[in-house]
Design a protein around this ligand. Sequence first.
Ligand code: ZN
Length: 410
Amino acid sequence: MLPEVAEALLNLSQLPKIKSGLAFLKEDNEYTTKEQVRLTEIAAPPFKEDERGSWFEKRFIELGLTDVGRDQEGNVFGTKPGTGTRRKIVVSSHLDTVFPEETNVQAVKKDGIIYAPGISDDGRGLAILLTLIRALNHADVVPDADILFVATVGEEGLGDLRGVKALFKERDDIDGFISIEPGTASEIIYSAAGSRRYRIQFNGPGGHSFVAFGTPSAVHALGRAIAAISDIAVSEEPKTTFTVGTVSGGTSINTIAEDAEMVLDMRSSSPEALLALEKNGRLNASGRPSMRKMSAGAVRQPFGPTLFKWATARPDRSRPLPPLFRPQPRRGAQVLGLVPTLEGASSTDSNVPISLGIPAVTLGGGGESGGIHTLNESFNPAGAYEGPQRIFLTMLALSGLAGGPAPLVL
Ligand SMILES: [Zn+2]
């Protein structure tokens, strides 16, 4: 954290109204946890965030936000109006979970720890939006810039950031962005991991396994291709990764497969490294012949057309960040007794604003999260208020206050 940013946060935390807001957040910890459980128990599978979205819309209205509504994509938003300077910052969490519709999302409490799929990711972030609004109301804080609270859809997996992408497509008036994800109160993610995804399909003529032996098999070709991908060497720094996430194909045990498919996910905190990975892996569109060669060992005769389809691509430009978000951990000052931990690049809603050159960070929601993306996902709410407290300060440092201090986003 830059010294001037740390100083701004520190000064802010001394103001009577802000102190009252911070104290409120501590007192509100139990209620926030209750709401976190309540909203987690409204299932929100990918592409089916509607019910939880409606609940949120209602809560935003009850808490007195203005211009509450939903866009076509399903994002829910509401505004805490500022002084009319037309600056805007966004504070957001995502509505969707990774869990399919039939998942039991009822919470179970054991030894003070709450277990429920999605309780942390991003039940925590969503509950924090609500406690932040309550704290603003309680302490009668008027920000300088408008604060737009947004519950986004489609952050996870094949949702592919569709909510936040729609948000930035529809509007060009956002000056700063905070996304809340599970993590310790000191966690800051400030750079974006870009990702490329391919759906790669193999097709062949097919045939009876005994009678037509020798006919190229799409499944065998897929296997070869995956083996070749597994051998690609990637760098640790910048962190660059690949995974064949799912495979499918074939007709029956005694049929030479006509089709087979894999979904490949590649990520890196460096756009150059990501492109290099595509090139080394011969995975871009112009690499078709190479992929065919790569898989040719699996077949005895020329192989039918290999289709490369872009599944999706997340934004992958990590532009230089504005000074506010240029991290300098060693010179870091403590704010609220927390030393910021700077996390490596990750793929969150902040990717989109970062790729557009808009200041954006992803902050940890506090408490202790475990088993994220598993059925055993858990959350320990003890002392969790440190998360919202720090986000409250960061949010108000960005937005500024009516009558000063001025917003850090310009
Ligand atoms: Zn998340």
